[in-house]
Design a binder for this molecule. Structure first.
Ligand code: 5GP
Length: 190
């Protein structure tokens, strides 16, 4: 997706050969127009899949997921990372190792919002080693729902996430694919 790649080139900051900072439009400040275009692109890619729910993880997956949900006309559920006094019902949970925070945490979705009749599109901001994605897949499978695929805003293709998810049989659609972060620069695949 050309607008996204331009934005990454213009406003992304390469923190190391493994970490890209996009606080200017995705992870802290959010560009609503770009998010709308991202939502439209995910909707175009998955429109024929009979999606009934979008599942993401707080916090940075929410903006692109909401826009895709608006385009597809389906509800968006975000997995919670923190215990909440209001989240008292039965929970589906998974343990996820965070690439950026380097800690293991439990993510949770209430059983009220996902059922075996659902067909789910998973959306997230980044795909690195696939831990967040696999946690979400586990929760969706616990609910008995089916998974249409994963929509990723920025994929770091030099990490193992895509390969492992594809080997497990999942469709992965990434709007920007990064081959390498080299000498402070972003190198895209095609
Ligand atoms: P994974 O679980 O695939 O290893 O990592 C994906 C998660 O880690 C995403 O939800 C994202 O929040 C975070 N993440 C991974 N790599 C990066 C990165 O280079 N930059 C930023 N800002 N977040 C990342």
């Amino acid at each position: 997706m050309e607008q996204l790649k331009q934005k990454i080139l213009n406003e992304g900051i390469v923190l190391s050969d493994r970490v890209l900072k996009v606080d200017a439009f995705l992870n802290h400040q959010i560009d609503p127009v770009l998010m709308q275009q991202i939502g439209q692109e995910f909707a175009r890619l998955f429109r024929d899949e009979g999606i009934t729910r979008i599942v993401t993880i707080e916090a940075s997956g929410i903006a692109p997921a909401i826009m895709a949900g608006l385009e597809l006309g389906v509800p968006v559920i975000f997995a919670r990372k923190h215990q909440s006094l209001t989240l008292t019902e039965n929970l589906l949970t998974a343990s996820v190792y965070s690439f950026t925070k380097q800690v293991e945490s439990t993510i949770a979705i209430s059983t009220r919002h996902l059922s075996a009749n659902d067909r789910v599109l998973i959306i997230d901001d980044f795909l690195a080693n696939g831990k967040a994605a696999k946690g979400l897949i586990s929760i969706i499978q616990q609910a008995g729902a089916s998974i249409a695929g994963l929509g990723i805003v920025i994929e770091k293709s030099f990490q193992v996430g895509r390969q492992e998810l594809e080997e497990a049989g999942f469709r992965v659609e990434s709007l920007a694919r990064i081959a390498a972060l080299e000498d402070g620069k972003v190198v895209f695949i095609d």
